[in-house]
Ligand binder design. Structure first.
Ligand code: TYD
Length: 210
């Protein structure tokens, strides 16, 4: 597969969607063929699953929630991401399997081994080439979100703290893949850092030369 799968991760309100848009504009400016997708969603069925996951009328037990995120991912990976990668495109994905480990594993207390196994199975081992983790305190993220949240955003501060800790543990375990970005830094500075890492990746330069 000749394209690159790049994922953006972080707690709700960390600013990764803004960074995703800046990256998308940069890729467009550089005329690099790409695709920007988000999870859960990005396919007709995935968008419907997204509505079920983020609604607030009904609660979901952790296993239901987990399996719905995975179902949306199965659709996205197989019908959108793989074909785009085979086409040689850069695929930017706003959230991917690290979200499930962080939220349903660390956040909800789900079985981490099972989550990893399921992720591996439905993605057929498709790993991101690079993951940017936008790290921010839970208090600052909440302040930035400001408005009334969806079903996941409205969970307690301690839930979001566990998610953040989960992400940092993932980054510590895979430092070559997961790059931690200080999401409290100015947006333009974060963007330049991301871009320098991506340029190195695209040109095959080792990132420690940066
Ligand atoms: P969204 O509004 O897209 O949030 P954000 O802009 O922060 O990405 O909603 C996605 C929510 O779903 C977000 O709270 C994180 C959560 N989520 C999980 O709990 N598990 C997952 O596997 C994924 C992909 C997302």
């Amino acid at each position: 597969m000749s394209g690159f799968l790049i994922t953006l991760e972080g707690i709700d309100g960390c600013g990764k969607t803004t960074q995703g848009r800046l990256l998308q504009a940069r890729l467009e400016g550089e005329a690099i063929p790409h695709l920007f997708v988000r999870e859960p969603g990005g396919t007709p069925i995935g968008e419907q699953i997204r509505l079920l996951l983020l609604q607030k009328e009904h609660s979901l037990i952790t296993d239901t929630e987990l399996l719905l995120y995975l179902a949306a991912r199965a659709e996205l990976v197989n019908t959108v991401i793989r074909p785009a990668l085979e086409d040689g495109r850069v695929v930017l994905c706003d959230r991917y399997y690290d979200s499930t480990v962080a939220y349903q594993g660390y956040g909800c207390g789900g079985d981490g081994d099972w989550i990893r196994e399921l992720n591996e199975k439905i993605t057929a081992g498709l790993r991101p080439r690079l993951t940017f983790l936008f790290d921010l305190s839970v208090e600052e993220a909440l302040r930035r979100r400001g408005h009334e949240g969806d079903r996941i955003e409205e969970r307690s501060l301690s839930f979001h703290r566990r998610v953040r800790r989960g992400y940092l543990a993932l980054a510590a375990a895979e430092p070559d893949r997961i790059v931690i970005i200080d999401a409290a830094a100015p947006a333009e500075q974060q963007h330049e850092l991301l871009w320098s890492r991506l340029e190195a990746l695209f040109s095959g330069r080792p990132s420690d030369e940066l």
